[in-house]
Design a protein around this ligand. Structure first.
Ligand SMILES: Cc1cc2nc3c(=O)[nH]c(=O)nc-3n(C[C@H](O)[C@H](O)[C@H](O)COP(=O)(O)O)c2cc1C
Length: 139
């Protein structure tokens, strides 16, 4: 089972979460790759069984618009039938962007296995949740 973690992070908070998910997933599945969305291709989604996408709350409860939004728009339709999870950091509001993101995928018929959000610089507890997510989804 091929696992890919694809993320965007402006100031490193979501990147810390991505690293923790990677650590957890690697423990149970060697075929796990961590990719910055700036380097991600559509094929990265095509050949994966498990996709874990990360993006902080940006804009007004939106995905980052230069890389993450266009990337998701190009792969959303390919996610049906795959195992998908979402994560990211936020600071100004209460995590609504993650609800919108999950809802958007569910409306396309994609099942979202889990979402993990962390306030600002992720706490040790939040990072532990990230490692658990990686471990649970990559088995
Ligand atoms: C341009 C911009 C827009 C943002 N919009 C939101 C928002 O709508 N809701 C929110 O909770 N936080 C918002 N934030 C705060 C970020 O989500 C928060 O700083 C997060 O930790 C950044 O994660 P990163 O270090 O992975 O880039 C915004 C930050 C920036 C720079």
């Amino acid at each position: 089972m091929k696992v890919k973690i694809i993320y965007w992070s402006g100031t490193g908070n979501t990147e810390k979460m991505a690293n923790a998910i990677f650590e957890g997933a690697k423990e149970v599945n060697d075929d796990t790759t961590l990719i910055n969305v700036c380097d991600a291709k559509v094929d990265d989604v095509k050949d994966a069984d498990v996709l874990i996408f990360g993006c902080p709350a940006m804009g007004s409860e939106e995905l980052e618009e230069e890389y993450m939004r266009p990337y998701m728009d190009s792969v959303n339709e390919l996610l049906k039938g795959k195992k998908v999870a979402l994560f990211g950091s936020y600071e100004w509001a209460e995590g609504q962007w993650m609800e919108y993101w999950k809802e958007e995928l569910e409306n396309l018929g994609v099942q979202v296995f889990e979402t993990v959000i962390a306030y600002d610089n992720p706490s040790e507890d939040a990072l532990a949740d990230c490692r658990s997510l990686g471990k649970a989804i990559a088995r």
